[in-house]
Design a binder for this molecule. Structure first.
Ligand code: GDP
Ligand code: MG
Length: 234
């Protein structure tokens, strides 16, 4: 099975790539991490690393590009190495750690290209930073972004709120109640729930901590739940 970690910069993708792969190994599975972030050397030992082929800082220098242009160009260059990056032999789980800038993955063809080449079941885990959830609107914006992952990559996705050792987001219903009768935002939230139900299998967000491993059992159950619900489609 493939797990693609997505989410805004700093939400903890690289940290959870390492700690969740260790968790899976402790559960008796073989698990490896593929680094797809051409701008950051991973702190873990990846089974394959895009930086062996493309380094954003070198693209910047060689092609005389600014940081954003270099990151975009790096994705184009990396797409040519997908065959080398996707591991061939039988891992139970391959976790893909993606670039800090979510939009690079979402709005270039790289993400779709990757998904189209993966042969086994693939689930997206959208990682949000719990410390940035300060209101029903920030919460709903993150849930909506997670649903967009499903639409853009055509894979089921799970929303995981990371850093729950520092801040715990509340239940969906709590925010829904808070917004009830609150005009446009309340109405939007109600519709969002239907949208999320339609676009991803699990709309119940999972609370995790990449640092402490809290919530990893729930995350693993959610991954399996998605697999059981969609497995026959892959
Ligand atoms: P990425 O850009 O999404 O890959 O994020 P990183 O994995 O590089 O993490 C960004 C920062 O958040 C680092 O300083 C991590 O140590 C920190 N971090 C990641 N996960 C957690 C967590 O669960 N709890 C806390 N407290 N910090 C975390
Ligand atoms: Mg990272």
């Amino acid at each position: 099975m493939n797990i693609i970690l997505l989410g805004p910069a700093g939400s903890g993708k690289s940290t959870i790539a390492e700690s969740f792969s260790k968790y899976l190994e402790d559960e008796g599975y073989s698990a490896g991490v593929v680094n797809l972030d051409s701008a950051s050397p991973p702190r873990y030992s990846p089974i394959s690393d895009v930086r062996e082929f493309v380094r954003a800082e070198e693209v910047m220098e060689k092609e005389g590009l600014g940081i954003n242009g270099a990151l975009l160009r790096s994705m184009e260059l990396a797409a040519e190495h997908l065959d080398d990056l996707i591991p061939k032999d039988g891992w139970d789980f391959v976790i893909y750690d993606t670039p800090g800038q979510l939009e690079l993955f979402m709005y270039t063809s790289f993400g779709r290209e990757l998904v189209s080449r993966l042969e086994s079941f693939t689930v997206g885990v959208f990682l949000a930073d719990s410390t940035r959830v300060t209101s029903p609107s920030t919460y709903s914006a993150m849930i909506a972004q997670s649903a967009i992952v499903t639409l853009m990559l055509e894979i089921p996705s799970i929303t995981a709120f990371n850093k729950s050792d520092r801040a715990r987001v509340k239940e969906f219903e709590h925010y829904a109640r808070e917004l009830e009768g609150e005009g446009v935002l309340g109405e939007f939230f109600e519709k969002l729930l239907k949208f999320v139900e339609a676009t991803s299998v699990i709309y119940r967000p999972v609370l995790v901590s990449a640092k402490t491993g809290e919530g990893f059992d729930e995350l693993f159950s959610a991954v399996n739940e998605v697999f059981c619900a969609c497995g026959d489609l892959s």
